[in-house]
Design a protein around this ligand. Structure first.
Ligand code: GLN
Length: 500
């Protein structure tokens, strides 16, 4: 039997059901792995060993008593630190929330606990999910397990690196502009941004409420489907939650794995490949298209003429919403409180001193940008125009999905870059999300599936579907994964360097 930490969540769940492995053993193996490698990776901000083992013991006892459990019961999971966890410190990667212990669980955490998945800890991230490299964390950067001198993507680099380094079989991420899919691409993991409103946002520390969406980070497409079904579905505590039931995602993944895509119409987005994309990434992308074609898919090119404006619209809408959402960190309600060193102590001076010390540069940059975009004299010119572009992008998607079933592109324009390479160049950093942002602006779902290596570093294949058709991501993603693994003879992630 391969080491327990190398198993997919589905394979581990089967061994838990058959009694070959207990949840306590599985959880302890992952805690040991974290102890062995996280000094090099820094994927975790908090490790909750005692609570994880307590959950594992409870699940083992209930299984022994013959109780019917959730299919993933007993399988450990890591949670991005932007998701609130009762009695477990939650910082969103920010100094302003250092020491904040939430009094409640996010809905997705509540569902994870009810299903009995031991929570291993909280994962590192760019402060308030602003970034593409996890270098904007107030708690040090995370390293990419494929090359420790490189970034693991962001903002959810901790979740992606934890899964890629076999520290956790499953993790939760959040994606406002690409923070699940781009880290997935550069770490060789699977990441899914579900349809907006299909996974509850209750208990996510908001960055941009109209764009934020939580989703799965895993090593296989089927594992993402299993986790997505667990966390998704209607939540009355989220006013934007979709009332409809989720489509059957696990069934779609299993169907995809049979490698039959006869009649499926796949559109390659003209605007999302070519200039600005690394040659090796484009080569892997073209090879993946050949595999889809060989499984019966019809590949055409589809133009989405407004996609080139998506990044500009995003960097007005997102900071505008963030500037409002982050106003609540005032030194009085949560976490850090700093009093001014001189002068009167008033609400305003405490707020200024706390925010001055508590927020990092990238967060301040976006608050200033967002406040400016929303100011009376500029609102129509900036925020208003960006919202019009957002509508045009939604129409591009509607027109495209009238012609094809799914759209595809490389997930990220390049493989993982070196630490510090783009830290002083915000615009270069923002460009990592050119291919992922349109889906956030439209509220539509997307997946990144690892599709090969370029000079030893992973690249990702992005599949986009219409809203509420997340099942298509799993069907096509599982088919591509199966075809690639048949070619390679093993999963891509098996090639990740030994870290000990
Ligand atoms: N990298 C993008 C940003 O910096 C997206 C972040 C995210 O999805 N949370 O805003």
């Amino acid at each position: 039997m391969p080491s327990i930490t190398r198993l997919s969540a589905d394979a581990l769940a089967q061994k838990l059901r058959s009694g070959e492995v207990t949840s306590v053993e599985a959880t302890q193996c992952h805690l040991d792995r974290i102890a062995d490698v996280d000094g090099k990776i820094n994927a975790f901000l908090q490790v909750s060993a005692d609570d994880a083992l307590a959950t594992a013991r409870d699940i083992d006892a209930r299984r022994a008593a013959g109780e019917t459990l959730h299919p993933l019961a007993g399988v450990p999971i890591a949670v991005k630190d932007v998701v609130v966890t009762k009695d477990l410190e939650t910082t969103a990667g920010s100094k302003i929330l250092e020491g904040w212990i939430p009094p409640y669980d996010a809905t997705i955490v509540e569902r994870i606990k009810v299903a009995g998945l031991p929570i291993l800890g909280k994962t590192n991230m760019d402060e308030f999910a602003m970034g593409s490299s996890t270098e904007h964390s107030a708690y040090g950067n995370t390293h990419n397990p494929w090359d420790l001198d490189r970034i693991p993507g962001g903002s959810g680099g901790g979740s992606a690196a934890a899964v890629a380094a076999f520290e956790a079989p499953l993790a939760i991420g959040t994606d406002t502009g690409g923070s699940i899919r781009q880290p997935g691409a550069v770490t060789g993991t699977v990441g899914v941004k579900p349809t907006y409103g299909s996974v509850s946002r209750y208990g996510l520390i908001a960055m941009a409420s109209s764009l934020d969406q939580a989703g799965p980070v895993t090593r296989t497409v089927l594992d993402s489907a299993l986790l997505h079904e667990l966390i998704g579905g209607h939540d009355p505590r989220d006013s934007t939650s979709i009332p409809d039931a989720l489509p059957s995602l696990v069934d779609a993944a299993r169907q995809g794995a049979t490698m039959d895509l006869t009649g499926l119409r796949v559109g390659v987005v003209t605007e999302l490949h070519g200039d600005g994309y690394q040659a090796g990434v484009l080569a892997r992308f073209d090879e993946s298209l050949d595999l889809l074609r060989a499984m019966g898919a019809q590949i055409t090119e589809v133009s989405c003429p407004h996609f080139p404006y998506a990044l500009d619209a995003y960097y007005l809408i997102m900071p505008a919403e963030a500037s409002s959402n982050l106003a609540k960190f005032d030194g009085m309600r949560y976490g850090l409180r700093v009093e001014p060193t001189s002068g009167p102590v008033t609400a305003e001076t405490v707020m200024a001193a706390t925010r001055g010390i508590g927020f990092g540069d990238e967060v301040k940059r976006r608050i200033i940008l967002g406040t400016y975009a929303l100011s009376a004299g500029y609102y129509d010119a900036y925020y208003g125009s960006a919202q019009k572009v957002r509508t045009l992008i939604q129409r591009d998607f509607a027109d495209a999905f009238a012609q094809v079933d799914v759209l595809v592109s490389p997930t990220a324009p390049t493989t993982a870059f070196k630490l510090n390479e783009k830290l002083d160049d915000p615009l270069a950093m923002y460009l990592n999300d050119v291919a992922t942002i349109p889906a956030n602006l439209a509220g539509t779902p997307g997946i990144s599936v690892p599709n090969g290596l370029v000079d030893g570093l992973p690249s990702g294949f992005q599949i986009l579907a219409p809203a509420k058709a997340d099942d298509r991501l799993y069907r096509v993603g599982a088919a591509l994964e199966a075809a690639l693994e048949k070619q390679w003879g093993h999963p891509l992630i098996a090639d990740v360097p030994e870290l000990v």
